[in-house]
Design a protein around this ligand. Structure first.
Ligand code: GLN
Length: 198
């Protein structure tokens, strides 16, 4: 099986790598196009999307990432990673770009300063068992879910915080830090199914 990549330019990539290894995956930290070319799936971690975007362009990874997404590579983005996968980003810094792929409009830092970070329980229909305890850290929100994408979880007020579209998965929150790895397992099943189709 091809290893799972974790984009390791910036952010909490070590936490994701630890979770994936605990679930039995072989992990490659991706900082160069050659590393990206080896993986069967990629996680884009939380961090700061504007910095991650700049570093991806500096490291010559931005266009390879776009090409990989267009080519159907399974990618799971959390928080800043979700922003990177959004076709449209609101409240980005000047010149901020995203890889795109998810037919969504995302707003950065959507919870303002008072509720910048919080935890809550989410019902996620595609995950069996109890509600998911989710941590939001200066999190984005999905303001619009376009026709090609599907909402997977919403806050009590209806705002969307998890989406999928084809081989792409994104969450506003950080399952890598709360000890509930069902989203990572869901993603690894995606990766395995995609590998069978190739
Ligand atoms: N606010 C960050 C951004 O805009 C995301 C925060 C996070 O990944 N925890 O990229």
């Amino acid at each position: 099986d091809a290893p799972i990549g974790v984009l390791a330019l910036q952010g909490d990539f070590r936490e994701h790598a630890d979770v994936l290894r605990a679930l039995g995956a072989e992990v490659v930290l991706v900082r160069r196009p050659e590393e990206l070319a080896r993986v069967g799936g990629l996680v884009i971690p939380g961090g700061e999307s504007s910095v991650m975007d700049k570093l991806a362009r500096m490291f010559g990874l931005f266009e390879p990432l776009r090409a990989a997404v267009q080519d159907g590579l399974p990618v799971y983005g959390t928080c800043a990673g979700l922003i990177m996968l959004a076709d449209t980003v609101l409240d980005g810094i000047a010149g901020q770009q995203s890889i795109g792929g998810l037919d969504i409009i995302v707003r950065r830092n959507a919870f303002g300063s008072q509720a910048a970070s919080f935890e809550t329980d989410l019902q996620v229909a595609v995950l069996s068992g109890a509600p998911m305890h989710a941590a939001f850290i200066r999190a984005p929100v999905v303001e619009r879910v376009g026709p090609a994408a599907t909402a997977l979880a919403r806050l009590a007020d209806g705002r969307c915080v998890a989406v999928e579209q084809g081989n792409l998965l994104g969450t506003s929150f950080h399952p890598e830090i709360t000890g509930d790895y069902r989203f990572h397992e869901y993603f690894l099943r995606r990766v395995a199914a995609a590998a069978l189709r190739r």
